[in-house]
Design a protein around this ligand. Structure first.
Ligand code: CTP
Length: 403
C-alpha cells in the first residue's frame, strides 16, 4: 500500500465526486476512493452501469462512507434529482477511469445516465483520468474528443504509458491512485509561483574517504522534498539537487542526484540560468577528506589521521552572484536559535532563512520552525513538514520581487 502520509494536510473540507466508468482500471478506483478520503475529502462515488459491472457500488459505499450511485432512481435524494444535487457544493468531479466511450459521450454532451448528466449539469471543475487500450487512445476519434474536452476547460490527468491489461504496451494506462491524489492536490493549490523557476538542494552529502567509506550526516531530505513538492504544486518549474536519501522523486519535479558537496555545487550552478528562487535545504558537509584513497583503506593497529579541507558554501556563493536569485537558507541549531539563525541570514546576505532547533524535526515528519526575513521573525506552529513547506512557499511568493 503506498504511503500517503506525506500529503496528509491536503483535501480537508473538500467534497469530491468520483466518477467511475467501465474499464478494468475501475479496480484502482477503489483504492483511489480510500486515498482521497485519507487526504480529508468527503468522497461521493457515481458509477456508470458499465463501471458497476467491474466493481460493485457496495465496495465504494464501504470505502467512502457515503452511498454510491449508479442511476437516477436508486436512492432517496430529497428532491429526486441526484444529477443536480450531487454536483452542488462539490469542489470537483474526477472521473477515474474515464473510458473511451465515456469520453466520447462527455465530448458530445450526452446526459443519458447519471454520471454524464451530472457532468453536464455541474458548476464545478471536471477532471478526467483516461484509461483504455493504446490504439483506442491514439484513434483520431478519441484524439478529437479529448481535444474538445480540453477546449471546454476539462482537466486531463494522464494517461500514463506502460503495460496494459490487454497485454500491449503504450499510452492509455490510468495514472496510479497516488499520482491522481497528487494531481488533485496540485489542482487546488493557488499558482503563486507560476512562471518561476525554483532550484533546491536537499538531503545530506557524502564525502568519500575511500571507495566504500565516507563522511555524511543524518539528514532525511524530508523538508527539502516537501518544499520541492509545494513549489511544484504552486506552479513553479522545479529542479531538486538531492544528496543520497531514501525518498522517491516528487511528482512534477526534475531531480538531479548527487553524492558530494562539490557535485552538488556543480549541478546547482549548471541550473542557474533563469532561476528565480534558490532554496538551500541540504545539510552540506562543511569539510571533505583532502585526498580520498583510491583503494580501500586497510586497518592497522596504528592511529589513522584524516585531513579535512573546507567545502565551498553553495548558498553563500549563489547569494553572492551579481544577479542572485531570491535565496532561502536553512539553519538547524542546538541552542540560541534566534541569534544564530538571524546571524547566518545576515552573514550570507539572504532575504529569508528558516531556522529550527535540532531535535525538533531532524528525520521526522513534523517540525517547529521560525522564518526570519527583512520584516522580522515569524514562528510557525508545530506541524507536518508538508504544511510548513506550503507556508514557506507562500511567504517566498509574497516577498519575491515581481518579474
Ligand atoms: N550550506 C550550503 N553549502 C555549505 C554549507 C551550508 O549551501 N557548504 C547551506 C545549507 O543548505 C543551509 C545553510 O547554508 O541553507 C546553513 O548555513 P551554515 O551557516 O553553513 O550552517 P551550518 O553548516 O550548520 O553552520 P555551522 O556548522 O557553523 O552551524
Amino acid at each position: 500500500m503506498p504511503d500517503y502520509t506525506y500529503v496528509i494536510d491536503g483535501l480537508h473540507g473538500r467534497r469530491i465526486v468520483l466518477g467511475v466508468s467501465g474499464g478494468i482500471a475501475a479496480y484502482k478506483a477503489a483504492e483511489l476512493t480510500r486515498a482521497i478520503g485519507r487526504l480529508g475529502a468527503d468522497v461521493h462515488v457515481v458509477l456508470t452501469e458499465a463501471g458497476a459491472r467491474f466493481v460493485t457500488p457496495m465496495t465504494f459505499h464501504a470505502l467512502s462512507g457515503n452511498r454510491a450511485w449508479t442511476g437516477f432512481q436508486d436512492g432517496e435524494m430529497e428532491d429526486g434529482m441526484p444529477h443536480i444535487t450531487l454536483g452542488r457544493r462539490t469542489d470537483a468531479i474526477l472521473v477515474a477511469p474515464a473510458s473511451a466511450n465515456f469520453i466520447a459521450r462527455l465530448a458530445a454532451g450526452f446526459a443519458n445516465d447519471l454520471l454524464s448528466a451530472l457532468c453536464l449539469a455541474r458548476d464545478c471543475p471536471l477532471l478526467i483520468a483516461p484509461a483504455m487500450n493504446r490504439q483506442m487512445w491514439e484513434n483520431p476519434a478519441t484524439r478529437r474528443n479529448v481535444e474538445r474536452l480540453q477546449a471546454d476547460g476539462v482537466t486531463l490527468l494522464g494517461p500514463a504509458v506502460g503495460e496494459q491489461a490487454c497485454g500491449e504496451t503504450g499510452p492509455g494506462r490510468m495514472l496510479e491512485p497516488e499520482a491522481l491524489c497528487e494531481a488533485l492536490l496540485a489542482f487546488f493549490t493557488p499558482k503563486l509561483l507560476a512562471g518561476r523557476k525554483v532550484v533546491l538542494t536537499a538531503g545530506p552529502t557524502f564525502e568519500a574517504i575511500d571507495p566504500v567509506r565516507g563522511i555524511t550526516n543524518s539528514s532525511s531530505g524530508k523538508m527539502g522534498y516537501a518544499l520541492a513538492t509545494a513549489s511544484a504544486r504552486a506552479g513553479a518549474e522545479v529542479v531538486l539537487v538531492s544528496g543520497p536519501v531514501a525518498l522517491p522523486a516528487p511528482a512534477g519535479v526534475r531531480r538531479i542526484e548527487v553524492t558530494s558537496a562539490l557535485q552538488m555545487r556543480d549541478e546547482v550552478f549548471a541550473e542557474m540560468t533563469g532561476v528565480d528562487v534558490f532554496i538551500a535545504v541540504a545539510a552540506v558537509a562543511d569539510y571533505r577528506p583532502a585526498e580520498p584513497a583510491v583503494r580501500k583503506v586497510k586497518k592497522s593497529g596504528a592511529a589513522l589521521h584524516l585531513q579535512l579541507v573546507p567545502n565551498p558554501d553553495i548558498l553563500a556563493e549563489v547569494a553572492a552572484l551579481p544577479e542572485a536569485p531570491f535565496c532561502v537558507g536553512f539553519a538547524a541549531e542546538s541552542h540560541d536559535l534566534d541569534a544564530y539563525a538571524e546571524g547566518k541570514r545576515q552573514a550570507k546576505r539572504l532575504p529569508m532563512l528558516v531556522g529550527n532547533l535540532l531535535g525538533d524535526g531532524l528525520g521526522g515528519d513534523e517540525n517547529t520552525v521560525v522564518i526570519y526575513d527583512e520584516e522580522g521573525r515569524h514562528p510557525l506552529p508545530r506541524a507536518p513538514k508538508t504544511y510548513l513547506a506550503r507556508r514557506i512557499v507562500e511567504r517566498i511568493a509574497r516577498l519575491l520581487p515581481a518579474k
